[in-house]
Design a protein around this ligand. Structure first.
Ligand code: FES
Length: 148
């Protein structure tokens, strides 16, 4: 199932959206030009994982030049701090801790989304003899789309 999350221009880097898809709460994150989708339910005790802080590794190429790496990127659950890889959902709390479900996220042109919606619409009506005047509408923006 593909779910349109937001227009790209209204989803700046560093933000997240939490969407409901088929009874599941899923967080979609943008970090720079990368997007991630992860289940908003911590496998430990069911905490709201996607409300947690994003973490990177502290790296330094010389003394005094430390910075936070964006790769790998992890999320820490706000309840007890268990950490998960944002891309794969892999847990980092020992071998017995289960991972969390992750989802693919892509950018898709608005025009192709509109075309898909038209193609998926059921043809239930029989066309009549009259045709109203119509006008072409272009959808040019890109949209963030979750594969759930
Ligand atoms: S519920 Fe997430 S770490 Fe405990």
């Amino acid at each position: 199932m593909r779910v349109v999350v937001a227009p790209l221009r209204s989803f700046p880097s560093g933000e997240r959206r939490i969407v409901e898809v088929g009874g599941r709460s899923i967080g979609v994150f943008r970090v720079g030009e990368r997007f991630f989708g992860i289940r908003n339910r911590c496998p430990h005790q069911g905490g709201p994982l996607c409300l947690g802080h994003l973490l990177g590794d502290a790296v330094a190429d010389a003394p005094g030049h430390a910075q936070i790496s964006e790769d790998p990127l992890r999320i820490a659950c706000p309840w007890h701090g268990w950490e998960y890889d944002l891309d794969s959902g892999q847990s980092f709390m020992g071998t017995v801790a289960p991972g969390v479900k992750s989802y693919g996220v892509e950018l898709s042109p608005g025009g192709s989304l509109a075309e898909e919606a038209r193609a998926a619409a059921p043809a239930k009506r029989v066309p009549g003899p009259y045709v109203a005047e119509t006008f072409e509408v272009n959808i040019e923006d890109e949209y963030v789309v979750l594969h759930a």
